[in-house]
Design a protein around this ligand. Structure first.
Ligand SMILES: [Zn+2]
Ligand SMILES: [Zn+2]
Length: 424
């Protein structure tokens, strides 16, 4: 074979080193040039592939979306009945065929994409009624997001095909409380139920005041968290936290976890006080700096205080269980000058016993935040859309409407379930 190293040396009187050196240079040149080229190609190719994939997905999604809307529109026009959960009494929910709702003036009909289970619904399921919200037989469920299939005469700002979250209530806007910005206390708060169904009618007032467009990249089931999150944000802000505060949140249910997550995202030092094993990990994941797990209230108070300097107590304690004993516990956890928020609503007719001296001489502020306002609902959806809020962590299961009874039975056993997305 010609041109071996030996030939080259003989012909050109080159040394081995020169030949090797030249060879290396050539190889390096090739490799270098090649790498650049390969990298450039790969780079350009990847970008193109990704762009194509993203674009393609968008097109497919919007086609599916459009298609579904069209199909649903057709379905809703051709159908007289839909499947819906009807509450008949204590632990008695039946899936029945009920008339498909029709949009009156300024109303919307929304095809439910996801309806989330909630502590309130669980209470309603267990008790068979709700003093303010539900008298059976009635449709129920109130945390939902979906797609508009019909817009009544006079609706502005919404059209069929729009993805929306429609809140469970809306204030009147002109009573004494609404005028003072305390819309959660509105004398004529209008409630809407019926999320556990294929379609739901959104009354005109909720359309006008508390129906929000969902950004494209936010899944419906995440957007459905707007209602409970609005309550959580309201409760937290209403406690008037100051930078550097330590906030104790009592209760590891969906709302306790949401409040602690909101506080942690805002940079506060959070202590979670939970009962069940499954809640410990969730509390940690959502940003609690410390988790106190205690079945005994005395112990919980002691352990929480021990986490503050000189056992002085926390700056803010938010009660999110809704039992009198735990309200009393919250008062015992705060420092002098601290704030207690009785966020959890207790059963009707219950009372608490509080140490008057402690409240007076320690200058304790007490609040009890209820529900949400339109401003809080917007803040909540913004927080979900920001991507900082771990929406997925709150939805621990999915089930079909037909499985609703089983889902509630499971939730009553208090495992590690937070919320289940019910898909009709
Ligand atoms: Zn709820
Ligand atoms: Zn009002």
């Amino acid at each position: 074979m010609a041109n071996t190293v030996k030939d080259v040396i003989l012909r050109g009187r080159k040394t081995v080193e020169t030949v090797v050196e030249e060879g290396r240079k050539t190889v390096e040149n090739v490799v270098e040039g090649g790498l650049n080229t390969v990298e450039t190609v790969v780079g350009v190719g990847l970008n193109t592939v990704e762009t194509v994939v993203v674009e393609g997905r968008k097109k497919v999604e919007s086609a599916v979306h459009q298609g579904r809307v069209t199909v649903e529109n057709v379905l809703i026009r051709d159908r007289a009945t839909m499947k819906a959960a009807v509450l008949h009494g204590r632990e008695d929910v039946r899936i029945e065929a009920v008339p498909v709702p029709e949009a009156g003036p300024c109303e919307l009909i929304v095809s439910v994409g996801a309806a989330l289970t909630c502590g309130t619904d669980l209470k309603v399921f267990r008790r068979g009624y709700h003093a303010r919200m539900i008298v059976p037989p009635a449709l129920f469920g109130h945390e939902l997001a979906g797609t508009i299939v019909e817009a009544g005469e006079g609706v502005t700002g919404f059209a069929p095909g729009d993805r929306v979250v429609a809140l469970n209530s809306a204030p009147c806007g002109h009573c004494y409380f609404c005028a003072r910005g305390q819309e959660n206390l509105c004398d004529d708060l209008l409630f809407n139920n019926g999320a556990y169904a294929e379609f739901i009618r959104i009354p005109a007032r909720i359309v006008a005041k508390n129906t929000l467009h969902i950004p494209d990249d936010v899944p419906l089931e995440h957007a459905a968290l707007t209602e409970p999150l609005a309550c959580a944000v309201h409760g937290f802000e209403d406690s008037h936290p100051q930078p550097g505060d330590t906030v104790a949140v009592i209760g590891g249910g969906p709302l306790g976890l949401m409040i602690l997550h909101v506080a942690a995202l805002a940079g506060y030092n959070v202590i979670a006080i939970v009962k069940h094993e499954g809640q410990v990990e969730a509390a940690r994941q959502l940003g609690a700096a410390h988790v106190v797990q205690a079945n005994n209230i005395r112990k919980a108070i002691q352990e929480t205080r021990a986490l503050t300097e000189k056992d002085r107590g926390v700056d803010i304690a938010i009660e999110a269980v809704g039992v009198p004993e735990s309200w009393e516990e919250a008062v015992e956890m705060v420092r002098k000058g601290g704030t207690v928020n009785f966020f959890g609503g207790c059963a009707m007719g219950t009372h608490v016993t509080l140490d008057t001296n402690r409240i007076h001489y320690s200058d304790i502020t007490m609040r009890a935040t209820f529900h949400h306002t339109p401003a809080m609902c917007r803040k909540a959806l913004d927080l979900i859309a920001s991507g900082r809020f771990q929406a997925a962590a709150f939805i621990t299961g999915h089930a079909h409407l037909y499985e609703l009874n089983r889902v509630f039975e499971k939730l009553m056993k208090r495992g590690s379930e937070i919320k289940t997305a019910i898909v009709p």
